[in-house]
Design a protein around this ligand. Structure first.
Ligand code: BT5
Length: 273
């Protein structure tokens, strides 16, 4: 295949280098697998989870051909222009009711990582969007796999890295390149996201899922949804209007409405201006 300018700007990920950097004694991450192409890294890791794979598997795709969003929506990224990664967790010490914190922890990890290595600020939109200048730079999808005694969670992150405006699927999307990031090195960014997530996850497990120990404050500080007037479109099709006032211990969004406090576990939030 001819080497084009595009290829040079978008070098492949090095599976061995990532493995050396991220796995080893004491690390949450046991195995890193970089696939050239995959329909969906979440689908791959869900399959592994179903057959009993242990915590700490990370699957990254250079190109995802049927990336999943929530509620049957799609996630579209060009080859090597984005990070598309999923990992397997089995949170043993955290009650199930607290698992909705997982996408929030992933959002904090992405935000911390891009701040540290790409030197840019992001805002989180509850529950699963990472925004830059009001546009979505990353999306998070957490799926739960029931498997007897040790249910698993698959956390998927899609982060637009070098995508040009014309390569983004919707006008409300952006990429690190478009927002002036200091690095577009996917390997560096991925390592930092995984390290950051592992530290947050360890703390969350140690605190048995109670976010009051500092995780809640970390999320709230970065969350653009709180204090805003919002319209939340629920999976049932209903809408809730009001002011987003807080996130509870289960990761649910609290909205003060004309009819009292609504506590929401899922939904699409629109920040109303
Ligand atoms: C999400 O869903 O934001 C979750 C996206 C998770 C993607 C990762 S990639 C690795 C792993 N493997 C997978 O198969 N999935 C995960 P949701 O909130 O439903 O947003 C989906 C909507 O975002 C779409 O309907 C589009 O409007 C928009 N969208 C699609 N591709 C996008 C992109 N590259 N950048 C920004 N927005 C996008």
């Amino acid at each position: 295949m001819p080497v084009t300018y595009e290829d040079l700007r978008r070098p492949p990920l090095d599976n061995t280098a990532l493995t050396v950097a991220l796995t080893g004694p004491g690390s949450l991450w046991r195995q890193i697998e970089v696939l050239d192409e995959s329909p969906s890294t979440n689908a791959v890791v869900v399959e592994h989870a179903r057959v009993g794979e242990a915590e700490g598997l990370v699957v990254v795709a250079e190109h995802q051909t049927s990336g999943r969003g929530r509620l049957d929506r799609v996630w579209i990224t060009p080859p090597r222009a984005a990070l598309t990664v999923s990992f397997l967790l089995t949170p043993k010490d955290v009650p199930r009711a607290r698992w909705p914190w997982l996408p929030l922890l992933a959002g904090i990890a992405v935000s911390e990582a891009v701040r540290r290595v790409a030197e840019v600020d992001t805002e989180l939109k509850w529950p699963n969007d990472v925004l830059m200048a009001g546009r979505k730079v990353a999306g998070i999808l957490v799926e739960r796999v029931e498997r007897g005694v040790a249910p698993a969670a698959v956390v998927g992150i899609g982060l637009n890295v070098s995508s040009a405006r014309s390569e983004l699927p919707v006008p409300a999307a952006t990429s690190l390149a478009l927002e002036g990031a200091a690095t577009l090195d996917r390997s560096v960014i991925l390592r930092e996201i995984l390290r950051s997530f592992a530290a947050l996850y360890l703390q969350w497990q140690e605190e048995r899922g109670d976010p009051a120990g500092g995780l809640s404050a970390s999320y709230v500080r970065r969350c653009a949804t709180l204090g805003r007037r919002v319209r939340v479109e629920l999976p049932t099709g209903k809408q809730v209007h009001g002011e987003a006032t807080g996130i509870d211990a289960d990761g649910h969004l609290q909205v003060r409405t004309a009819n009292g406090l609504a506590v929401l576990g899922a939904g699409d939030v629109v920040h109303v201006h």
